[in-house]
Design a protein around this ligand. Structure first.
Ligand SMILES: Cc1ncc(COP(=O)(O)O)c(C=O)c1O
Length: 421
């Protein structure tokens, strides 16, 4: 049976994450529930760190992948920074104790309030994405009587061969300044934006990219641009190469962080500090979503397992058609029992509410449990209250211990923000 999560294993027919029996977590906190392996997060982060060797660098974890403050605290302990994309993420990062000097902020639609929040907290870099944003930022910096360090997010226009919804560096996406317009854009900043200091370039070409080639192509193109900008008399300090490295959900074979970074460093001038923004790679394979089988239902040529997790907990299958491997918590007799194809579906009133389709599984009885693997990234953070569903709890496992890092919601939470008329 395929298991893709490195820290998951069966011992005497029971599933363990690190040294904790998953059943014990269910008994304490019920389902559906997200569970993360602390030591997998640490290993993933260290892999990036070690790949840089003695090259000047900063790893800014892309917290959009999973923004629980406990995960941010782990990143902080490892001397990491974060990449934020909203004022809300900046708030979380500061609350978790991440130094503003290790925060970079990209996003096509930063509001005036968000820009001011970032300026007031003196974050390392604002990565600007349009001429309008640049004008507003220059104006705000002027009112604050400050000169701001900025980077330009470049769209290097490369083909990423990933899902179209998570490809950001191809021609025609809303992200960044098209590379063909970048030199003119820099000239515009030099001439008109006296309160902005261009210190870096940034690119992020997409997510779940499983080959080196698009990263190499983008890096070469942007490093060529660095040289052109040098000729305009500007010495850049930072090159932010974004995130986007793919992980294994099924049978993908993406490069490792070490392979990626070692290859890209060859093209990057040595005087630049390299910032990278991995998200999925840090937390994706550290997390699982555990769910209870509620009912079985069979049609003429289809079998459903109806479970207590749904698209409101993990939207990736219905949103992107993404694949997550699904395995039972109790393995006993797995190999011996006859298997059938099941669609694993949730309780939400949408036909698109599924976690997996046509999965070959033994008959897992009602009230037994399933694990949806590789759910640590873009899982809980994309959860919703649609159908007034309650967002699940999150738990961290550390060797033989586990602890709650977010409580499950209750019915009162659903109406807490509503106003009486
Ligand atoms: C600007 C930026 N940086 C980093 C990331 C992280 O990407 P990933 O989780 O694929 O590493 C994203 C994700 O979309 C992003 O938009």
């Amino acid at each position: 049976m395929l298991i893709v999560t490195p820290k998951l294993k069966y011992i005497n027919g029971q599933l363990y994450l690190e040294e904790v029996e998953v059943k014990k977590i269910i008994e304490k906190f019920s389902t559906p529930i997200y569970v993360y392996s602390k030591n997998q997060i640490i290993e993933n982060f260290k892999e990036y760190k070690e790949a840089f060797g003695d090259r000047s660098h900063l790893i800014c974890y892309a917290m959009k992948a999973n923004s629980n403050c406990e995960i941010l605290r782990i990143i902080k302990e490892l001397s990491g920074g974060v990449d934020v994309t909203t004022g809300g993420e900046l708030f979380r990062a500061l609350k978790a104790g991440i130094s503003p000097k290790k925060i970079v902020y990209a996003g096509v639609g930063k509001t005036k309030e968000e820009l001011l929040y970032a300026i007031e907290n003196k974050i390392l870099l604002l990565n600007i994405e349009s001429a309008d944003e640049t004008k507003l930022l220059n104006y705000l910096a002027n009112t604050k009587k400050t000169k701001l360090n900025i980077a330009i997010r470049i769209n290097p226009e490369v083909n990423t061969h990933t899902l179209s919804y998570i490809s950001t560096g191809e021609e025609g996406t809303k992200f960044g300044i098209p590379i063909s317009e970048a030199v003119d854009f820099v000239k515009y900043i030099i001439k008109n934006c006296k309160n902005l200091k261009l210190v870096g370039l940034h690119f992020h070409i997409g997510s779940q990219i499983c080959t080196l080639q698009p990263f190499i192509e983008a890096t070469k193109k942007v490093c060529n641009l660095v040289r052109k900008i040098n000729l305009l008399g500007i010495r850049l300090k930072y090159l932010d190469i974004g995130g986007g490295l793919g992980i294994r959900y099924k049978n993908e074979n993406p490069p490792t962080a070490k392979q990626l970074i070692k290859n890209l460093l060859k093209y990057i001038p040595k005087d630049l500090t390299v910032i990278c923004e991995p998200g999925r790679y840090i937390v994706g394979n550290a997390g699982i979503l555990v769910s209870k089988v509620l009912y079985h239902k069979s049609l003429k040529n289809k079998n459903f397992l109806i479970v207590d997790a749904s698209m409101t907990d993990l939207i990736r299958p219905s949103f992107y058609g993404a694949y997550h491997n699904i395995i039972p918590v109790k393995l006993s007799d797995y190999e011996r029992l006859p298997k059938k194809y099941y669609d694993i579906v949730g309780p939400v009133c949408e036909t698109s509410d599924f976690l997996g389709k046509k999965r070959k599984l033994p008959d897992i009885p009602n009230n037994e449990y399933l694990v949806v693997e590789t759910a640590g990234a873009y899982g809980f953070v994309m959860s919703s209250n649609y159908n007034s569903r309650l967002r699940p709890a999150e738990v961290m496992v550390d060797k033989d211990k586990f602890y709650l890092i977010r409580k499950a919601e209750n019915y009162e939470d659903l109406i807490r923000k509503e106003c009486k008329i």
